[in-house]
Design a protein around this ligand. Structure first.
Ligand SMILES: NC(=O)c1ccc[n+]([C@@H]2O[C@H](COP(=O)([O-])OP(=O)(O)OC[C@H]3O[C@@H](n4cnc5c(N)ncnc54)[C@H](O)[C@@H]3O)[C@@H](O)[C@H]2O)c1
Length: 238
């Protein structure tokens, strides 16, 4: 339910053009935040490939100029596809690490001076159930998402004294354009995840956005450095 709990917050959301990122933009705005949106292309405030040299520094500078400051980061941009290990090419593995991990590191690093100035910063990274477990065909993705969780913990240790909380949301199987091909082409994969979750359904982007908004709010002021599962209970059994 919309509120004014994020009034005054100035947030960057990446991956804002689709799926979870788009839902986060809606929810943060509904709760009163100013939001500066980024994605590769489309109707966003900053359209660029965020793995490009200087792209994140440029994004931060433009967001600060547009909003008059910056205190909240939600880097949702990410990629995923099934690639068996046999014949897995170097280029795709590198690409996944670049998008899912290095671009997140660069955004956080480039925003630190502004988060420091704000004094009550919030960073919510997007991990996955594969931040803690593995799966067939997901070596690159799982490596990147384990790393995002590790990055989150160390960033929380380092930025906590500056008043910044850093947490990682770990979504389960969420119905977005990223997962649509797998759930459409492999109905048994969809059924598997629906049944694995005690809540017996796939997640929707809003299910994740609502938890992210909470982590950005003052209610979550004493939470930092954690992975927060939002998976309908799917991972209570392995
Ligand atoms: N959908 C799921 O089941 C699920 C589960 C766990 C984690 N996640 C994570 O949630 C995040 C959002 O995923 P989604 O399901 O909404 O996917 P999505 O494909 O719907 O959205 C991802 C967005 O990121 C953008 N993006 C990708 N590479 C980019 C780049 N180099 N620069 C700028 N933007 C880029 C895309 O253009 C797209 O708009 C990702 O980090 C994903 O790994 C998703």
């Amino acid at each position: 339910m919309a509120s004014d709990r994020l009034a005054g917050r100035k947030a960057i959301v990446t991956g804002a053009g689709s799926g979870i990122g788009a839902a986060v933009v809606q929810r943060l705005k509904a709760d009163g935040a100013q939001v500066f949106t980024a994605d590769v292309a489309g109707a966003v405030d900053f359209a660029a490939d965020l793995t490009g040299d200087g792209a994140n520094a440029d994004l931060v500078a433009r967001a600060v100029a547009a909003m008059g400051g910056l205190d909240t980061l939600v880097p949702c941009a990410g990629i995923s596809a099934f690639h068996p290990l046999e014949g897995h090419d170097d280029a795709y593995f590198r690409r996944v690490i670049e998008v899912n991990l290095i671009a997140v590191f660069r955004l956080v690093r480039d925003a630190v001076p502004h988060l420091k100035a704000a004094g009550n910063g919030r960073i919510v990274t997007i991990g996955s159930t594969t931040s803690s477990h593995g799966d067939e065909g997901l070596c690159a993705y799982s490596a990147s998402k384990h790393a995002v969780l590790g990055f989150t913990k160390s960033a929380a240790a380092e930025l906590g004294p500056l008043g910044v909380t850093v947490n990682c949301v770990q979504p389960g199987a969420i119905a977005t354009p990223m997962t649509a091909p797998a759930f459409t082409d492999m109905p048994e994969f969809r059924t598997f995840w629906e049944n694995k979750a005690p809540l017996r359904r796939l997640g929707q982007p809003q299910d994740i956005a609502d938890v992210i908004a909470f982590l950005c709010s003052d209610d979550a002021r004493f939470m930092s450095g954690h992975g927060v599962w939002v998976d309908g209970g799917a991972m209570v059994r392995h």
